[in-house]
Design a binder for this molecule. Structure first.
Ligand SMILES: C[S@@+](CC[C@H](N)C(=O)[O-])C[C@H]1O[C@@H](n2cnc3c(N)ncnc32)[C@H](O)[C@@H]1O
Length: 236
């Protein structure tokens, strides 16, 4: 059950929204506003992202992303239904994968687009979300348009087999399991064997990704599904 936002939250949201719409928001001021609403701290490695907090309500109100009650269409076995990563996991991703304005972040199974939208707003990176549910893709595109964000895009496609070449940072939160995850892992392994790539995972999929020979552990604990795991290849 969501708690109503306080009048301080509403005031901060209004200001931030106006700044974003005018294309002039200050990324560090946005980050400071988010830090005020979560117990996560960057210096804390291996934070367990269990459940949601006040930050999630604030971020949903800022982005206009409101989770549906249930998936629009039943997914095939192996494709995992929508559940947003807690917003503080996106802060963790930015801090420990060192996401910057010159990165291209790819969210594999992007849902309503919270991760690409928020990562772009906080760092200036280009961001792409790949999502199988057409309705989510439409809503995510609508949110990017409403916020006038031109460097955030969403495509309606199967993440398994999606071309990873343009991305410098991958993010996956439990989007696929079973044979689909094994296929994705093979694909990530090939890509990571060719160049620098950062791979960030939340959920059970982290353990499988962490076993890839081309990736080394940078941060997190792959055996804990609530902890963000950051892996990297080459000099990434
Ligand atoms: C656990 S949610 C994570 C959503 C988003 N990454 C976030 O953290 O806010 C997994 C998402 O993956 C999508 N998905 C599942 N199988 C997929 C596939 N094969 N290709 C693309 N998207 C898929 C689901 O529809 C769902 O939106």
């Amino acid at each position: 059950m969501r708690k109503p936002l306080s009048s301080a939250d509403l005031g901060a949201l209004e200001l931030l929204r106006q700044q974003i719409l005018s294309g002039q928001h200050d990324r560090s001021a946005l980050r400071a506003a988010l830090d005020l609403r979560t117990s996560y701290r960057p210096e804390e490695h291996g934070h367990a992202h269990l459940g949601y907090d006040r930050l999630d309500d604030f971020v949903d109100a800022l982005l206009g992303t409101h989770p549906p009650e249930r998936p629009y269409v039943p997914l095939e076995p192996g494709n995992i239904p929508y559940q947003p990563a807690p917003a503080r996991a996106v802060l963790d991703l930015i801090d420990h994968a060192h996401v910057r304005a010159d990165d291209v972040l790819l969210d594999l199974g992007a849902g309503l687009g919270r991760v690409p939208l928020l990562a772009h707003l906080l760092t200036g990176c280009a961001a792409l979300g790949v999502e199988l549910e057409a309705e989510y893709v439409q809503q995510a595109r609508q949110r990017a348009r409403a916020l006038r964000l031109t460097r955030v895009e969403f495509v309606h496609a199967d993440l398994v087999g999606w071309d990873l070449a343009a991305a410098s940072v991958l993010f996956i939160f439990n989007a696929v399991g079973g044979p689909q995850l094994q296929r994705l892992c093979r694909h990530v392994d090939e890509e990571a064997g060719r160049r620098s790539l950062r791979v960030c995972a939340l959920g059970a999929c982290a353990l499988e990704l962490a076993q890839l020979a081309t990736l080394r552990l940078v941060a997190g604990d792959p055996s804990d599904p609530a902890c963000l795991t950051v892996l990297a290849s080459g000099g990434g």
